[in-house]
Design a protein around this ligand. Structure first.
Ligand code: AHG
Ligand code: MN
Ligand code: MN
Ligand code: MN
Length: 332
């Protein structure tokens, strides 16, 4: 009746971040603060998403973003919330967001870090009450402290990420992140307003039986992708596709699987964006023992040339991604 009073007190996200910082005696605490700022913004978004239907913030906003997509009201709300939290937090000098065509200057010219962000991933799923997410990457700036952030700060290879993560607003809300020492997942306890460590040291299975791809554009897939899909079906793997990248990635991280968004006739470079979708998830996948490529090369080694650059994306269990790459190389 009283529940399990002997259960150990969980580790909160704040405590976990503080403990990690203590392990690095020269750390100044700025990255820790930045991670807390992101967590705080995610709690605000979580609240907005949960009451979207009641608060009149479902549906399209009537505007179009730089991607040529109709923005949803919550795309805009999430973008504003994150931009404000990162600006007020003081540790970020510049932001690249899916929802904004140019670099956002926060005014914190003395801050060390830059953030690239997909404020709301899977936004077409909001109106049907299916999970959505937030994806972020953190880099050290390259421009001198005290100056305005530049494109060179933003166009860094994924290998340069200091930290990356995502928030999943699903049946539970979770924050999953890595600072390059493994991946840890935290579940939000809304009545306490705290994230608790629920998934320590996450590892992706070396092989899996789930493939996630939108087959609607099958006719224009590269032949190697078609061959890989045949392989999946010959093996009677399960097809699972939410249409929210964060959700599809998270499931495959926990269960083993592959997510593919290949080049298609409509999206010649794939649909997903390198800076604020693929790099973060590639970093997490590798930290969990998985693999992320554009079909031919490691995502984290791609040198970005523009802020909203797209790339084909193959991410997931090592053996599955390697098999897909092998078939892409073969003349069909
Ligand atoms: P976003 O909502 O941030 O624009 O991202 C949408 C992405 C991703 O979440 C999802 O996996 C993919 O687009 C779905 O695209 P299709 O509808 O073409 O399958
Ligand atoms: Mn979008
Ligand atoms: Mn997205
Ligand atoms: Mn988005």
């Amino acid at each position: 009746m009283l529940g399990d009073l002997t259960a150990p007190v969980g580790t909160t996200l704040d405590r976990f971040i503080a403990q990690k910082q203590e392990q690095f005696p020269y750390a100044t605490g700025e990255l820790s603060q930045l991670l807390r700022d992101i967590a705080l913004a995610s709690k605000i978004i979580n609240r907005e998403i949960n009451r979207a239907g009641l608060a009149g913030i479902e549906g399209a906003s009537g505007t179009e973003n730089v991607q040529g997509e109709a923005q949803q009201k919550l795309d805009v709300v999430a973008d504003v919330r994150f931009t404000r939290a990162l600006s007020k937090g003081g540790e970020t000098c510049g932001i690249v967001s899916e929802e904004c065509d140019h670099i956002i200057e926060t005014g914190n010219k003395h801050a060390k870090y830059i953030v690239t962000i997909d404020p709301l991933d899977g936004s077409s799923n909001i109106d049907v009450n299916v999970l959505v997410g937030t994806i972020f990457s953190i880099y050290r700036r390259r421009s001198p402290i005290g100056s305005s952030p530049t494109e060179a700060d933003m166009l860094q290879e994924g290998t340069e990420q200091v930290a990356a993560g995502y928030v999943l607003y699903g049946s539970s809300t979770m924050l999953v992140y890595s600072t390059g020492y493994g991946v840890n997942g935290f579940t939000y306890e809304p009545s306490l307003g705290e994230y608790f460590l629920s998934h320590p040291k996450m590892k992706m299975k070396e092989d899996g039986k789930i493939f996630s791809i939108n087959e609607g554009a099958y006719n224009t897939f590269p032949e190697g992708v078609k061959a890989y899909l045949k392989h999946c079906k010959d093996q009677e793997y399960s097809g699972r596709y939410i249409g929210s990248l964060v959700g599809d990635f998270h499931r495959n991280l926990l269960k083993g699987g592959i997510y593919i968004y290949p080049a298609t006739e409509k999206y010649e470079q794939g649909k997903l964006r390198l800076l604020y979708e693929c790099n973060a998830l590639a970093f997490l996948a590798e930290q969990a023992g998985g693999v992320a490529t554009d079909g031919y090369q490691r995502i984290l080694n791609v040198k970005p040339t523009s802020l909203h650059q797209r790339t084909p994306f193959f991410v997931g269990s090592k053996k599955m991604v390697e098999k897909a790459m092998e078939l892409l190389k073969e003349p069909q």
